[in-house]
Design a protein around this ligand. Structure first.
Ligand SMILES: Cc1cc2nc3c(=O)[nH]c(=O)nc-3n(C[C@H](O)[C@H](O)[C@H](O)COP(=O)(O)OP(=O)(O)OC[C@H]3O[C@@H](n4cnc5c(N)ncnc54)[C@H](O)[C@@H]3O)c2cc1C
Length: 399
């Protein structure tokens, strides 16, 4: 296996690196807009950054050219992502559009839907949120109860979603609704696109343990949605939902965030004192860092398998589940190590002038815990790996 870049890829890497050097805004370094308080100014800055990255041609490079991509192979986007981490560039705000609903529409949407939504996703003109989970329907998603009845040319939606990240600033939602309550639970679901400004929608932010309202409850009362907003076939939303879930796992399995956290941890360890000497001279810290370095490296190699499958156009298998599980748990351990190095100072938050690294570590620690749950919990990923990857017997499931 040859893991080195080709001369063309190296040239592209230099080009991206030079662009980032010129363009990464100094004040927003490390800022990830999907974490933290979603105030208007921050959202506007994040949208402007996405527009700039898109104008440079570095967003959704793998999408077909007719929808604003470049039909590029996955290596190019990987190089961009790696360089973004290296440059400590801010995150991209429209990730749910770019990585989840966008690819789903390319595969399952109508031509009209693609033309209407894809350009606005790339330009950050429309931000999307995901309306899947409901109270009582998380891991067992197919038990969802939000109803959509067909009245003339419209769906009329009633019910509730929960844990909807970014709903308070999203323009649109891709949403799972029950359209046939009498069918077996996986078969009576449809996948529809909802304008978040529609009358009858109430968004109520939920404060996470980070102290920020990252996700929300969303209530629907007689919300009217045009039938043209159905993606795929009526009552076959489960197929479309799974396509999106696969893309979500891929997104959450991104190793770039983990590599970034590891770099930040190293920087912290080099700059802090512990027991009167540099933290990096402490044998316990050194051992922990070495252990984490090995695991980060192993994670990268594991991610190369997924990359190889994508490059060779092989079916994705369970790699996305393996990588989602590994990266999310590793993020949590990296942040925990930072808090241990910082000792009692570790928990000082962003509002405290004495906090290290602008108080981001407690947030990283708590946010990472959330991502072990979001997008399918660690236990659910382990079930998938055991059953579909290792061929172990399926656990009995309620019908
Ligand atoms: C930060 C964050 C952001 C999120 N954003 C969104 C969003 O934007 N949109 C959205 O729709 N949802 C979102 N979610 C919700 C997320 O998808 C659910 O929390 C997740 O699917 C788990 O569902 P649940 O919370 O109902 O837990 P449950 O499904 O009730 O699980 C409770 C516990 O039981 C375990 N468990 C359940 N079933 C099994 C099983 N079969 N085998 C073994 N263990 C099992 C789980 O692992 C977990 O530990 C988000 C969640 C978080 C934490």
């Amino acid at each position: 296996m040859d893991l080195s870049y080709t001369p063309e890829e190296l040239a592209f890497q230099r080009e991206v690196r030079a662009w980032l050097k010129r363009n990464v805004p100094k004040h927003d370094r490390r800022d990830n807009p999907v974490e933290g308080a979603p105030d208007k100014e921050r959202i506007a800055r994040a949208k402007a950054w996405q527009r700039k990255v898109h104008a440079a041609g570095y967003v959704a490079m793998g999408w077909p050219t007719e929808y604003g991509g470049q039909g590029a192979d996955v290596m190019r986007q990987t190089i961009v992502n790696e360089e973004m981490v290296r440059a400590r560039a801010p995150g991209i705000i429209g990730m749910m559009g770019i990585q989840m609903v966008g690819p789903t529409l390319i595969a399952h949407g109508t031509e009209e839907q693609r033309r209407q939504y894809l350009p606005k996703i790339l330009e950050a003109d429309e931000i999307w949120c995901q309306g899947y989970s409901e109270p009582g329907s998380g891991s067992d998603l197919a038990s969802l109860r939000t109803r959509a009845e067909i009245v003339g040319d419209e769906f009329v939606v009633n019910g509730q979603k929960i844990w909807t990240s970014g709903a308070q600033y999203a323009d649109r939602m891709f949403c799972l609704v029950r359209t046939d309550p009498d069918a077996p639970k996986h078969r009576g679901i449809s996948y529809i696109l909802i304008d978040m400004k529609s009358p009858g929608i109430t968004v109520r932010p939920l404060v996470q343990m980070t102290g920020d309202p990252g996700f929300n409850e969303v209530f629907f009362e007689d919300v009217r949605v045009p039938r043209a907003n159905l993606v795929g076939q009526l009552n076959d939303g489960w197929t479309v939902a799974n396509a999106t879930l696969f893309h979500e796992r891929n997104m959450l399995a991104s190793t770039t965030r983990t590599q970034q956290l590891f770099q930040n941890l190293l920087r912290l360890a080099r700059s802090r004192k512990r027991n009167g000497r540099a933290a990096t001279d402490d044998p316990l810290v050194r051992q922990r860092l070495a252990d984490l370095a090995i695991r980060v490296e192993t994670m990268k190699l594991e991610a190369f398998r997924q990359l190889t499958d994508a490059l060779r156009k092989r079916p994705p298998g369970i790699n996305a589940s393996v990588n989602k599980l590994v990266t999310c748990e590793l993020n949590h351990q990296l942040a925990r190590s930072a808090l241990e190095i910082l000792g009692d100072y570790g928990w000082l938050g962003k509002k405290d002038a004495r906090a290290a690294d602008e108080g981001t570590w407690p947030n990283d620690y708590m946010f990472a815990l959330g991502l072990i749950i979001g997008g399918g919990t660690a236990q659910v990923q382990k079930n998938i790996i055991a059953e579909r990857g290792l061929g172990m017997p399926r656990e009995p499931r309620p019908s």
